[in-house]
Write a protein that binds this ligand. Structure first.
Ligand code: GCO
Ligand code: MG
Length: 404
């Protein structure tokens, strides 16, 4: 069997998505997600110019060899663009292999070790009452784990609060430049314990409360945050400090008992190795789209399993349904799975993607269709052209850049 076509489709389905389509001479098609938010076309060029031509004529069933060929053969390793491109190819090949076997992908990963996948939903509010109302809607819909993000009083916009026009948004304003948001750590640190207290008081001890700090704190500030939240028993605190400065995690571990999650910007096992071996984090948040596909992420998860670290994969809505499906298959089969991120789908997903996975009362299942269980309408996608968009940037009040 041979690969006869490998092509990239870019579309605006509520936001930009890059999809790799791999076709074989036996008529089986595989899909991969190659979306790198805000830098989409860099991956498109990497795939079109450098990777797709290498795939033609290859045996699609030789997944590991193709991974090695693309990773080791390039000499220039790692990095988000490279690993997203390799990830898309890898996921497409796993899609093909499981379609050929006539089974959902999770069966090739060892089969299900659980009946369903626990997901956490996003709640956010421009003020306390809006946040509590959103948490209430989610718990009423059956979610027992919620990520809470609240606008910081005194700031015009806060990351992760979508109702907030200038914050991270599904449909960022059309602009030639990223939106700038002002950040104030002191105000944030003062506000957040009250947010946790209010959610805990209103919804009780059973609710898992998660929170994303988006890399904004120094290690010492993160220890202060962790200690201030300990009484409310967070499920996890995500990205409290810069993910790439891994010395911080030892200080965090020594200073606070809040569980720590990290990894959405990691793209290789080498980003995780020391944190996992040192048991310095509790949850890894890498996705197959940005970390070299199912093949590489599975190795990372196996390493984590050895060291008692669990998984909590990234699946914000800037990852496509192809990515979410691949993640759900991994979740179902991973003994050390912890929790899965879930975001409401942007308007427009249904115009191009059809999915076999399902959500019911805070639990998901990848479905029983062979492969990933996702189809892509290439014709419909052709009518939905790419729009240049950026994530916001953050600055301090004195005008200097901060981390977004
Ligand atoms: C999350 C993430 C996202 C990112 C986004 C960047 O935890 O879901 O932090 O909200 O900001 O994926 O592209
Ligand atoms: Mg995050």
């Amino acid at each position: 069997m041979k690969i006869v076509s490998a092509r990239v489709s870019v579309c605006w389905a509520g936001r930009n998505y890059v999809t790799l389509l791999v076709d074989t001479d036996e008529g089986v098609q595989g899909l991969g997600d190659a979306t790198l938010n805000g830098r989409e076309l860099a991956v498109v060029a990497y795939l079109q110019e450098h990777v797709c031509p290498l795939l033609i004529g290859r045996d699609p069933q030789r997944i590991e060899d193709t991974w090695q060929y693309l990773y080791r053969g390039a000499y220039w390793r790692r990095g988000p663009v490279t690993m997203t491109a390799i990830g898309a190819v890898d996921v497409a090949l796993w899609d093909i292999k499981s379609k050929l076997a006539g089974v959902p992908l999770y069966q090739l990963l060892g089969g299900a070790v659980r009946d369903s996948v626990r997901v956490y939903a996003h709640a956010e509010g421009r003020d306390r009452s809006e946040l509590l109302e959103q948490v209430g809607k989610l718990t009423a819909a059956g979610f027992d784990a919620v990520r809470v993000q609240a606008a910081v009083p005194g700031l015009d916009a806060t990351y992760g609060v979508r109702g907030d026009e200038r914050a991270e948004s599904y449909e960022p304003a059309a602009s030639d430049y990223p939106v700038t948001q002002i950040w104030d750590t002191d105000r944030y640190l003062r506000a957040i314990p009250g947010v946790f207290e209010a959610v805990r008081d209103a919804y009780g001890g059973d609710l898992a409360i998660l929170h994303d700090v988006h890399n904004r704190l120094t290690p010492l500030e993160a220890v202060q945050l962790g200690r201030s939240l300990e009484p409310f028993r967070p499920f996890w605190i995500e990205d409290p400090t810069l993910a790439e400065d891994q010395r911080s995690f030892r200080q965090l571990r020594e200073g606070t008992t809040v569980p720590l999650a990290v990894g959405e910007t990691f793209n290789s096992v080498w980003d995780c190795h020391d944190l996992v071996q040192g048991r310095l984090v509790d949850y890894l948040r890498l996705s197959p789209s940005h970390a070299g596909g199912v093949t590489h992420l599975r190795k990372i998860h196996l390493l984590a399993e050895l060291h008692g670290v669990r998984t909590g994969p990234h699946a914000a809505s800037d990852l496509s349904p192809v990515a979410l499906a691949a993640i759900l298959h991994l979740d179902l089969a991973a003994p050390n799975f912890g929790i899965q991120e879930y975001m409401e789908r942007p308007r427009g997903w249904d115009d191009v993607f059809s999915v076999g996975y399902r959500l019911e009362a805070g639990r998901m299942h990848p479905g029983q269709e062979p492969g990933l269980g996702v189809t892509y309408d290439e014709r419909a996608a052709e009518r939905l052209s790419y729009r240049r968009r950026y994530l916001p940037v953050a600055r301090l009040r004195d005008g200097s850049m901060s981390d977004w």
